[in-house]
Design a protein around this ligand. Structure first.
Ligand code: FAD
Length: 281
């Protein structure tokens, strides 16, 4: 069965309180039963969650699991990035998610002429300064990045990151498996052969999903949007439908060639665990 050899990874965001941190330890313990390749932790652009991300990464390492910090380069100078990477290296981190990041609105932060502007430049910097110390993941957008000038331009920019030295990629979430398979075919046409791992979003709230999707450019198919909307505040029905839709999509992704799955857990184990169990993990 395909789930026996296809691994999983899970993403968290740093918590702000000790209570949140303690809850996250329990969530990770529940998800560690699925024998993940790594747990990743997001990071705010410009180092805005630096302490929280470092703490979460240390917690994960203390639990004996590989940790992959996300590293958005926007708003940081190259020397600040190198300093942070040295800290990660000393902690024992060997896996990174290298990103451009988004400038937080109202932060006053802008493009710094001396800073890095795109993720391919970050991958280049990591390779130049640290060689093969880190396994580098980059982001991929099967439905294209919201700021992309065109689909072709975005594909070329993705290929640029791979040529700079990315080892694998994690996609933005999507609910249309065809977009993923088309993207993989397209980049293979450019000679890209790194694993491109689907990022999976479990749906637990219609309003949250709409908010996220507006920001990141992920399309919610009309039939799914209308159906979820029709459930209004009936969270049980929303979760039941979401579980079916997301599990069926994951089954197809694995069956038709996705190398593994990466779950956006939103710091919750419940829905993700159910999906993994239904998939046979
Ligand atoms: P890039 O690959 O640099 O692309 C950004 C845009 O610029 C695209 O439109 C691309 O076509 C264009 N472009 C790329 N290179 C060039 C170039 N050389 N010249 C001209 N145009 C170019 N954000 C966070 O802040 N923190 C996180 O922890 C985080 N984690 C994420 C994890 C995953 C798996 C994903 C998919 C996204 C994550 N994000 C995170 C969001 C991400 O930072 C945003 O989507 C951001 O807008 C783009 O980052 P990127 O690394 O994909 O950028």
């Amino acid at each position: 069965m395909y789930t026996q050899h296809k691994k999983l990874s899970f993403e968290f965001f740093p918590t702000r309180t000790e209570e949140g941190r303690a809850k996250q330890v329990i969530t990770r313990k529940q998800l560690s039963q699925f024998n993940p390749t790594f747990f990743s932790c997001t990071s705010g652009a410009g180092g805005t969650t630096r302490a929280g991300t470092l703490q979460t990464v240390q917690d994960i390492l203390n639990e004996g699991i590989a940790a992959a910090p996300h590293l958005p380069c926007i708003g940081l100078l190259p020397e600040e990035i190198i300093e942070l990477l040295n800290e990660y290296k000393t902690m024992g981190v060997r896996h990174l998610v290298a990103l451009r990041g988004d400038i937080p609105s109202g932060s006053g932060m802008g493009f710094d002429a001396q800073g890095l502007h795109y993720a391919n430049e970050l991958v280049e910097l990591v390779k130049t300064e640290f060689g093969d110390t880190f396994h580098i993941e980059v982001a991929a957008y099967p439905e294209y990045h919201p700021q992309a000038r065109s689909a072709t331009d975005d594909l070329n920019n993705f290929v640029r990151k791979v040529k700079a030295g990315a080892d694998s990629a994690i996609t933005q979430y999507f609910f249309n498996a065809d977009a993923y398979f088309r993207f993989v075919d397209d980049v293979q046409g450019y000679g890209v052969d790194i694993p491109i791992v689907p990022g999976i979003m479990p749906i637990d709230s219609f309003s949250k999903l709409m908010r996220f999707s507006d920001m990141c450019g992920a399309e919610i198919p009309r039939w799914l949007r209308l159906k979820l909307q029709s459930y209004a505040d009936d969270t049980a029905s929303i979760k039941a439908l979401a579980l079916d839709v997301v599990t069926e999509m994951c089954e197809r992704l694995l069956r038709e060639g996705a190398p593994s799955l990466h779950f956006y857990t939103l710091n919750q184990a419940g829905l993700v665990s159910t999906i993994c169990q239904r998939l046979g993990y």
